[in-house]
Structure formats: structure tokens, C-alpha cells
Design a protein around this ligand. Structure first.
Ligand SMILES: Nc1ncnc2c1ncn2[C@@H]1O[C@H](COP(=O)(O)OP(=O)(O)OP(=O)(O)O)[C@@H](O)[C@H]1O
Length: 657
């Protein structure tokens, strides 16, 4: 059962509540330059919370602390249903229809506060359900305004700001899916920078009750006069900053500053974030008034764990040039659970890996910033619908190529880009905040550049309390960042042992058995092949996304019509690469692989009907998890079952196009 971190920063939060009560929005002091400067420095809301904690520890004493912790743990054991939160009947019914009954800890804490009308800064780990934590009270408030006939209609009543287009779509989908199940009709639209002014005007005519967009897009709408600042001032009653820790890294600061004068003082503002950072403090000072700071870490006794407890973290040490060999071993010998999201740091690396795996009959798709937006959204939906098992992703617009593009465009903004077929989308963020459904394993083929990147990547598995694992392939050149990540995890989780463990299921023998053929195949993937595959993939995706745009608008569930894991080359795959000969697999590896398959079968992942009904939750306990019960170095500690090959090939119903 999910447990909430006991003091969750509420010590500090209560102070904020008192402050808020004493100084309601209208009276709140406007943020000034000094405050902003302080927020950027060592101070700010984040460090205030820390101070609050240490003061409490010093005065409370160990015993008192323990009692408090026990009492809080008991309180945390209590599950809270949505019905208990005083939500509108329509919303409760919509949630029931969606099969959602119990709140997650962030929902249980944040919803009542937001319903009370407070500005809230909510920090909770990835996948903890932050979207519904703000959407439900927001919809409740708007439904109430509608019912009371108090809705002002010269501009949107609520603004949800997210850093990327993918997130616009995701939040829009989540909110629409709830609204469709409500009887009162609230209008929600999303607008992004990729839309023409004409389309944006059309979308905003009405106007909608809720606008989901990016800061850049809303700032552009104001500066172009598509939306009048004065109308916003008159109509806006709620503003949400989602994935706030990322907003500033998407260069949104100026756009947000441009918005500030148009936000009425009575507007309730909510800021949601997965991590703490000076950027959060900066945004808090800029846009919120005496907020309640809610720091929630949800699971376990550790006060600030940032990776969900249900995610096991592993690493494998290998040279950079052996990474292909290691990933092939993991996938081909079936030592990791599907679906798998593989992160690389450049688009070329993504295609190199895809071509390499393809030569061993392992199909995958690549998700990156140069694909058209339609295709990116479609790839995410198709992967979520389990139409393919392996997705290789470059995680944000700070890839090697993007940096290169930036440099080139600075040098010669009019000149052609020599190395890129396609402009990279600056509003693209594939990993950050995207709700990939049922990803069991995240693989860091390349290590992320920093600990925050690691947290966001790992956060794509173990969502909503499901089981997950991560495996990082760490080369000697990446050991520094790996150590930095390990220290960060130890610091925040107050541990002095390693948080990321050596991956137990892969033996040296298993790896070496594949070395010979891997080297040959890896050498055969040339830079030219990569450029050609990359060009071809973009071309296909553009063609397909244009061709099928209208079709998908009418048939959004017809996902398997478009295949994103289509073979990039037409060459047939020789049998010795397609199937690993039995004699090459040592008994320990065979046992490990069987254990993974058994656990997959036990979790019902191979039964399509059950898959659909139950997701990854069932049977995902320790006993069925080979990563917990098996060690490649010794005998399996778990119960060994009979080998039961699961049929892990999904049926693809429609022909490739
Ligand atoms: N009460 C609930 N019960 C079960 N599932 C839930 C509940 N609330 C949300 N979810 C599901 O949990 C998943 C993660 O939710 P969400 O995307 O809101 O997480 P998040 O905290 O915003 O993560 P991130 O920081 O990575 O964006 C979604 O698939 C969502 O539908």
C-alpha cells in the first residue's frame, strides 16, 4: 500500500497556510526583484522547507520524532477514496467510470488544499498522479462557477501551462476524458506554436473555459493580439504550471514574465513539480502568493526518496564500444521485462541502435525531435497501446544535434543546416512528464547528463505504483555522472549503501557468447546507413502522418494501421542472427531468462485480455520478480517453476502500410 512521507514538508506548509490566511491573494505583496534574486540563490522556498525540517528535528528529539512518525505512518495507511474529497457528483461518477477509486497521496493532500482556494506548490515524484491532483479541483471549481452563473467569458477561465507540445496533448487528453463523462459541458482546447494564427483564433473563439498551452504560445497570442491581456485579467480564475521544474529549462522565463501583468490578483495559482530546484523557487516567487508548499514523497520511510520504491535500479559496467553487445544480450537473451524504453543521447545513436537490433530481428521504433508532431504523438500512443515493445528515445531538445543546430543557427540563421534533414522542435520533450503506460524497464544506453535527467528518465516506469526496473549501461567515461547520481540518491534517501545495484541476471559467459557476432554486425552499420535510415524514417513519418491525419482524427483508436517499428532495411535476417543457438546459452542464463518469462506469464502480460483488464499490477509482487529472487552468480533463491514459455508475440491485426 502506498504510504505518504510523514512530515511531507507540511511543517513548512502550515506556516504558509497561516501566512495565506493572514494575507489573502488581493493583499499579497507583489513579487519584487529582491525576492526574485533571493529565490535564485541558496534561499527560496525549497531551502526554507529544509530549514523547517532541521529545526523540527533539533527541537523535537528522537523519541518524539519516532512517535510522530509512527502516528503519521498509521494515518498514511488509511486509504482515501475520491468520494471522501468532497468532489462534485459528476466528477466522482466520471472517476468511477474510469475505474479510479482510490486517491494517490499527492491527490489526497493537494485536492482539499486547492479546493480551499489556496495557492499550492506541490512537489511529488514522477508518476505519482499530479495531473489529476490539479485537474479535479480545477474542473470542480469551473463546474461550480458555471452552476452559479458566475463564469466570465471574455477569455479562458483557466490556463494550464506545460513545457512541451506532447504534454499539452497529454493533459488535454486527460482532462477531455473526464469532461466527456460529465453532464455539464465545459470547453477545453489546446493550442501550440505549431498551429497557424487562424487555427489558434478559431480554437480560442468562444472562448474555451480551459486553455492548455505552452508559455511561449500564450505569450505570442497576447503579443499578436489574438488574446487581449485585459480579457485574461477579467476572466482568469485559475492558473496551473505543470512540470514546473522543466518550464524554465525550456526557456519560458521571459514568456512567463510577459504574462504576469495580465494575471488578476484573485487568480489561484498552482505549481506542480517532480523535483525541487532553484527554478521552482523562482517561479513560485514570480507567480504565486503565499503558497502552501506541499512536499510529498509518498512511499516508504525515507523522507525524500525521489525514485518510486517500486522501481528497482540496476547498472552494468561496460566499455562504450561494448554497449551494443550488452544491450543485445539483455534483449536477445530475454533478461529484461518488456515493454522497454531505451534512452540514448543522440539521434544518430538511436538509429545506429535501431539498425543494429533489427539485424538480430529485434524491432524497435525511434522517438526524436526531428519527427513531425503527429508522428511523435502517434508513436507514444502506439507504444502505450503495446503495438511494439521497444522504443528508443532521445530524451529532450538538448541532444547533441540540438546543440549543434543552436550553434549553427546562431552562426548563420539563414544558411542551410548541413547535418540535419529536419529542424528540431524546440518545444519537444519526449521523456519529461510523458505518461508512457506500462513501461516495465527503462534502459540508459547512454547515461543522462545529470541526476535530474536520470530521475525524469527512470520516472517513465513504476508509474501509479506499478512495478518497474531501470538498467544503466555505464562506460568508464560516464562514471562521474553515475557517481553524481548515486550520491544524489544516497543523499536524498538518507542511505549510505548503494541505491543502484549491479544487474544480477547477466553473466560474463552470456555476454561473451554473443561477442563475436555482435562485433561483426555492429561494424556493418555504417554512418551512411544511419543517415539514410534517419532520412527515410522522417520521410515515412511525414508522409504517413499527413496521409493519415484525417483518418486518425476520425478513428483515434485505429492505432495499428501505422507501424513505427517497420524494418528500415529490406535485407532478410540470417537464421544464426535471428535465433541465438541453444548451445551458446549457458545454463545460468537459461535459468534467468526462464525466470523472467515465468514472471511475465505470472503477471499476465502475455494474455492480451488480462493485459487489458489488469495492466501490470497483478502478481507483481516479490515472489514473481526474478530480479529479486534470482542471481546469475549463484543459484536462484526463488521458487523455480516449470519452464512455461509464454506467447509473448502480440498479434498484429492489420497489414503494414
Ligand atoms: N488515483 C489513481 N489511481 C490509479 N491510477 C492513477 C491515479 N491517478 C493517476 N493515475 C495514473 O497514474 C499515471 C501517472 O499519473 P501522472 O501522469 O499524473 O503522474 P505525474 O505525477 O504527473 O508524473 P510526471 O511527474 O512524470 O509527469 C497516469 O497513467 C494516471 O492515469
Amino acid at each position: 500500500m502506498a504510504k505518504k512521507q510523514k512530515q511531507r514538508g507540511s511543517l513548512r506548509g502550515e506556516e504558509h497556510v497561516e501566512a495565506a490566511a493572514a494575507a489573502p491573494h488581493e493583499d499579497a505583496p507583489a513579487p519584487n526583484a529582491e525576492e526574485e534574486a533571493a529565490a535564485q540563490g541558496a534561499g527560496g522556498a525549497g531551502s526554507e522547507v529544509e530549514d523547517g525540517r532541521s529545526a523540527d528535528a533539533a527541537s523535537g528529539g528522537v523519541e518524539e520524532g519516532k512517535e510522530e512518525e509512527a502516528a503519521a505512518a498509521e494515518e498514511e495507511e488509511r486509504e482515501v477514496t475520491f468520494d471522501e474529497l468532497g468532489l462534485d457528483e459528476q466528477l466522482k461518477r466520471a472517476l468511477r467510470k474510469k475505474g479510479l477509486t482510490k486517491t494517490t497521496p499527492i491527490q489526497r493532500e493537494a485536492i482539499p488544499l486547492i479546493l480551499e482556494g489556496k495557492d499550492v506548490v506541490a512537489k511529488a515524484k514522477t508518476g505519482s498522479g499530479k495531473t489529476f491532483a490539479y485537474l479535479l479541483p480545477l474542473l470542480q471549481e469551473l463546474l461550480k462557477l458555471c452552476k452559479d452563473g458566475r463564469i466570465r467569458k471574455s477569455a479562458p477561465n483557466a490556463l494550464i501551462l506545460v513545457p512541451t507540445r506532447e504534454l499539452c496533448q497529454q493533459v488535454y487528453n486527460e482532462a477531455s476524458s473526464l469532461l466527456e463523462l460529465c453532464t455539464s459541458k465545459l470547453k477545453i482546447v489546446q493550442v501550440t506554436a505549431s498551429m497557424s494564427d487562424k487555427d489558434i483564433k478559431l480554437a480560442l473563439s468562444g472562448p474555451p473555459n480551459i486553455l492548455v498551452t505552452t508559455p511561449a504560445c500564450v505569450a505570442a497570442c497576447i503579443s499578436k493580439g489574438i488574446v487581449q491581456g485585459s480579457s485574461i485579467k477579467e476572466s482568469l480564475s485559475m492558473m496551473i504550471l505543470d512540470e514546473a521544474d522543466l518550464l524554465l529549462s525550456y526557456r519560458c522565463e521571459d514568456d512567463l514574465k510577459a504574462l504576469v501583468p495580465h494575471i488578476p490578483r484573485s487568480c489561484q495559482s498552482i505549481l506542480m513539480s517532480a523535483t525541487s530546484s532553484p527554478d521552482i523557487d523562482k517561479l513560485t516567487k514570480l507567480l504565486l502568493h503565499n503558497p502552501f508548499v506541499l512536499t510529498l514523497t509518498e512511499v516508504g520511510h525515507a523522507k525524500d526518496d525521489v525514485v518510486p520504491r517500486n522501481v528497482q535500479q540496476f547498472w552494468i559496467s561496460c566499455s562504450a564500444k561494448d554497449k551494443m553487445l550488452y544491450i543485445l544480450s539483455l534483449l536477445k537473451l530475454e533478461l529484461i521485462q518488456k515493454k522497454v524504453l531505451i534512452f540514448v543521447n543522440s539521434i544518430d545513436n538511436a538509429f545506429r541502435l535501431r539498425l543494429f537490433l533489427e539485424k538480430f530481428a529485434i524491432r524497435s521504433a525511434v522517438l526524436n525531435a526531428e519527427l513531425p508532431q503527429n508522428s511523435r504523438l502517434h508513436i507514444i500512443e502506439a507504444f502505450n497501446a503495446r503495438l511494439f515493445d521497444y522504443l528508443i528515445a532521445t530524451d529532450d531538445n538538448k541532444t547533441k544535434e540540438a546543440k549543434q543546430t543552436n550553434k549553427e543557427s546562431k552562426k548563420d540563421s539563414k544558411g542551410p543546416r548541413k547535418h540535419l534533414q529536419q529542424t528540431l522542435d524546440a518545444e519537444f520533450g519526449v521523456v519529461r512528464g510523458i505518461d508512457f503506460k506500462n513501461v516495465f524497464t527503462v534502459v540508459n544506453f547512454d547515461m543522462p547528463p545529470n541526476p535530474a535527467g536520470y530521475i525524469h528518465r527512470i520516472g517513465r516506469t513504476g508509474r501509479a505504483n506499478k512495478t518497474g526496473a531501470s538498467i544503466s549501461l555505464v562506460s568508464p567515461e560516464e562514471e562521474d555522472v553515475f557517481e553524481e547520481i548515486e550520491h544524489m540518491l544516497q543523499d536524498v534517501e538518507k542511505k549510505d549503501t548503494n541505491c543502484i545495484l549491479p544487474f544480477p541476471l547477466l553473466t560474463k559467459n552470456a555476454v561473451e557468447s554473443l561477442r563475436y557476432r555482435t562485433q561483426d554486425v555492429a561494424r556493418s552499420v555504417t554512418s551512411r546507413d544511419i543517415q539514410e535510415a534517419r532520412r527515410q524514417d522522417v520521410k515515412n513519418e511525414i508522409l504517413n502522418s499527413e496521409k493519415l491525419k484525417a483518418h486518425f482524427e476520425e478513428n483515434p483508436t485505429d492505432l495499428d494501421l501505422l507501424k513505427h517499428d517497420k524494418l528500415l532495411t529490406n535485407k532478410s535476417i540470417p537464421a544464426h542472427l535471428r535465433d541465438v543457438p541453444e548451445y551458446l546459452i549457458d545454463p545460468t542464463t537459461k535459468e534467468a531468462s526462464n525466470a523472467v518469462k515465468l514472471s511475465r506469464a505470472a503477471m499476465g502480460l502475455d494474455n492480451p485480455r488480462r493485459k487489458k483488464r489488469m495492466g501490470f499490477r497483478s502478481g507483481s509482487g516479490k515472489s514473481s520478480d526474478p530480479l529479486r529472487t534470482f542471481s546469475a552468480e549463484g543459484k536462484s533463491r526463488g521458487r523455480r517453476g516449470k519452464e512455461r514459455e509464454g506467447d509473448d508475440r502480440r498479434k498484429r491485426r492489420k497489414a503494414e502500410i
